[in-house]
Write a protein that binds this ligand. Structure first.
Ligand code: ABU
Length: 366
């Protein structure tokens, strides 16, 4: 039986990956955790229900572009099994009128070595999203005797998990930034809550963004679960809607990271990188002034790239400035037309989850 699951970081040579699907995707109804994330002037505010079929088909076409690029380079691509996402859900603790999607996988699955762990998301509408990946998990479990199939402790997501009256449509951008600087987010600390896309894996070190989707109790949980790793909480005070590290702080290879110039890593948190001779470079400007229609994410999906190996990176095809910068940084750039998949939850990194990268667990910060 072969080893199927192995990945310690985002840059070692990629051999097997999961790519999401847009089928049956829903704009979810507002709930405590999502209200804060949707910008007040977004056309999505107050809207919910199945996404228009033409956009689903176009989003899937974009994901097929990515699949083709990967398969042409010999990467094995696995796909989730979408559910009928427009179903009401309930647990003993909450009810929600709908689920969301199985895009993007990066928010749900965290691969560390031979373990893939389903996350503990704070959005109620994402509570059962892991089910779309369970057929793949079962397959890996049957075929790889070393595969560790894990589910993080399921949060209860009762009303106690959220600060009520946190969302206020009148709040200014400046006040949002003060909240970020004060690490005042919509989730409470009653239980660990985290999205896998808030975790940056770097061998023996995990850098985890504290923001709207991941709380401090999650960091504590990670440190206890992985006592042999070093868990670092990171914050990006310039981000009014801090969610997911992969449009903010993106490693390209050992020693090189691009950082969103509007969301700089604070000086004291840079120390560990500088002490170990890592270069932190400001990412190029996005090519677009606005995200596409019905998109939750910011224009900074420009830097949400998929590194295939330390010399090769896939960048969205219209993001010409980011491509140019990658080229100057010594990367071979493969453009991929993916922008119309952004509304389903993200860019190239978001749309994927690592299954196998060559390499082992190294200490990059000795
Ligand atoms: N899922 C990444 C979104 C980050 C951003 O909106 O900038």
């Amino acid at each position: 039986m072969a080893k199927i699951v192995n990945s310690w970081n985002d840059w070692d040579p990629l051999k097997r990956v999961i790519v999401g699907r847009c089928d049956n995707s829903v704009i979810p109804p507002e709930e405590p955790a999502t209200s804060e994330k949707v910008p007040v002037d977004s056309e999505m505010r107050g809207m919910w229900g199945l996404r228009p079929l033409a956009t689903v088909e176009r989003g899937n076409e974009c994901l097929e572009n990515l699949v083709k690029i990967l398969e042409d380079r010999g990467v094995v691509v696995d796909r989730p099994t979408p559910l009928q996402w427009n179903q009401a859900i309930g647990t003993p603790d909450f009810r929600n009128d709908s689920m969301m999607t199985c895009m993007p996988p990066r928010d749900i699955l965290l691969t560390i070595g031979s373990e893939i762990m389903a996350s503990a998301n704070s959005f109620r509408c994402r509570y059962f999203e892991y089910l779309a990946y369970w057929p793949l998990m079962k397959q890996y479990f049957d075929e790889d005797p070393e595969f560790k199939w894990t589910q993080a402790p399921r949060p209860r997501l009762t009303d106690a998990s959220y600060k009520h009256n946190y969302y206020d449509e009148k709040i200014s951008l400046e006040e949002r930034l003060v909240r970020t600087a004060n690490k005042d987010f919509v989730t409470t600390e009653v239980e660990p809550m985290w999205d896998a896309a808030d975790v940056m894996r770097m061998g023996k070190d995990l850098f985890i963004q504290h923001g709207l989707t991941t709380n401090r109790t999650a960091m504590d949980w990670f440190q206890r679960y992985y006592p042999e790793y070093r868990v670092h909480a990171v914050n990006f005070p310039g981000d009014p809607y801090p969610i997911h590290i992969d449009a903010t702080f993106v490693p390209l290879r050992p020693g090189l990271i691009i950082n969103n110039p509007h969301r700089k890593l604070p000086e004291e948190q840079r120390a560990i990188f500088e002490a170990n001779d890592w270069q932190i470079v400001e990412a190029a400007q996005p090519a677009h002034d606005e995200p596409p229609a019905l998109c939750y994410s910011s224009v900074w999906l420009s830097m949400n790239c998929l590194v295939l190996d330390p010399k090769t990176v896939i960048v969205e095809a219209s993001e010409v400035y980011q491509q140019e910068q990658m080229d100057k940084l010594g990367m071979n750039v493969i453009p991929c037309d993916l922008r119309d998949a952004y509304p389903f939850g993200g860019g190239l990194h978001c749309s994927t989850a690592d299954v196998y990268r060559e390499g082992e667990c190294l200490d990059y910060f000795p």
